[in-house]
Design a protein around this ligand. Structure first.
Ligand code: SF4
Ligand code: SF4
Length: 386
């Protein structure tokens, strides 16, 4: 059985980039999509190329999933953030309307992505038409197959739908997003010639994702990192988030995700101006030993609670509970402060899985090699959502 790695091992790996990789990150590039030179005092906006798409995107993008204030999205675009990510299902179908309205007037300067959950090509294409209407645009730069966790889920039918949408000019590039099953999904994305992968990536993973990220870069795919702050707003309470923000822990986490050139951009969830101002600073300064110290301390605190959805659980639930998914729903509620989002996802599980109660088990074969207290957290999810 593999052992939990020391807290220092997790973080230190992030500081040891190859020389060539460090060189690739040396020079800030002003956002080439911006119309005018940056005003004095304007934030530094560094850009990277999103793999073979050739799209130039700000290193810090904007995850719109839980944003309710359109003015925060507009201000991000005003400041030079150039990558915005949404999905058809976010906020029960309302998020795309908000994003479209917020970015009106910025469309030609930004890269916009959305996602479809549909299991068939026909369903996905119908979602895309609705997305374009809601976003108020005739195309998106990237259209993701949403939340795929296995190679089989990236069907030929869905890939054909993406290519059809591309031929029709409704999308420029095809992508897949994945929360878990990274290895399998990445291999399938390369084999099936997708352009971009949107995947979970944060400091709790240490260096174990680097080979996968490197394989994507080598194959020419763009990489967008999500869940970069490992639990978002807080670990278990808003008060904790305020402390993290005050001491720079959230910023340090974002800088950690950007320390590798194998990540092209990030989509932290941003809900207010303070978070925007904080996140944007990640493009101005490198990851430092002080950041490392902050993350080392934070990792120790969140280790029993935070599931990175790495898919490396030892053992499986005989009742079929999708452990990493349920733990992700709990993170939405407790980490992001989005109870409804967590519960909506839980209630979308088949009825028999909603009815499973971990408290009824005398033993559990599922173990987390990274220190998550799996059964305790599942019981908490069931208390909250079921
Ligand atoms: S419980 Fe642990 S091993 Fe399982 S997906 Fe979460 S972090 Fe990975
Ligand atoms: S405790 Fe929960 S995850 Fe473990 S075997 Fe029982 S139902 Fe499955």
């Amino acid at each position: 059985m593999s052992q939990p790695r020391s807290r220092r091992e997790f973080i230190v790996a992030g500081l040891s980039l190859p020389v060539a990789a460090e060189a690739a990150l040396e020079s800030p590039r002003v956002n080439p999509l911006a119309d005018a030179p940056a005003a004095p005092g304007a934030p530094v906006i560094r850009t990277r190329t999103l793999g073979r798409t050739g799209l130039e995107v700000s290193e810090v993008g904007f995850g719109c999933m839980i944003t309710s204030d359109a003015s925060v999205i507009t201000r991000a675009a005003d400041l030079g953030i150039s990558y915005f990510d949404t999905a058809r299902v976010y906020q029960n179908g309302n998020n795309e309307r908000l994003v479209g309205a917020a970015l009106k007037g910025h469309r030609k300067n930004i890269v916009l992505s959305t996602k479809a959950k549909g299991g068939t090509g026909e369903e996905a294409l119908a979602e895309l038409d609705k997305s374009l209407t809601e976003l108020g645009t005739d195309h998106v730069e990237i259209w993701y197959l949403h939340g795929k966790s296995s190679a089989d889920a990236i069907t030929d039918d869905l890939r054909e739908a993406q290519e059809k949408a591309r031929e029709q000019g409704k999308i420029r590039f095809a992508g897949v997003s994945t929360h878990s099953g990274h290895e399998e999904v990445v291999a399938a994305a390369i084999e099936k010639k997708l352009d971009v992968v949107l995947m979970t990536y944060n400091f709790t993973m240490g260096d174990r994702m680097e080979p996968l990220l490197a394989s994507l870069r080598e194959a020419g795919l763009g990489v967008v990192a999500m869940k970069t702050q490992a639990g978002g707003r807080s670990d278990e309470a808003k008060a904790r988030h305020e402390r993290l923000t005050a001491n720079g822990g959230m910023l340090a986490a974002l800088k950690w995700a950007l320390r590798t050139p194998n990540v092209n951009t990030t989509v932290p969830s941003i809900t207010d101006m303070a978070m925007l101002d904080e996140n944007i600073q990640a493009m101005a300064a490198p990851f430092t030993p002080a950041d490392e110290a902050l993350l080392t301390a934070r990792l120790e605190t969140i280790r029993p609670n935070y599931c990175s959805m790495c898919g490396e659980c030892e053992g499986t639930c005989p009742k079929g509970l999708p452990v990493a998914d349920v733990l992700r729903y709990l993170t939405y509620a407790e980490g992001y402060g989005q109870f409804a989002l967590g519960r909506d996802n839980f209630l979308a599980l088949p009825r028999e899985l909603q009815d499973v109660r971990c408290v009824d088990c005398t033993s559990c074969p599922v173990r987390c090699p990274h220190g998550v207290q799996v059964t305790r957290r599942l019981r908490r999810a069931q208390e909250l959502f079921a």
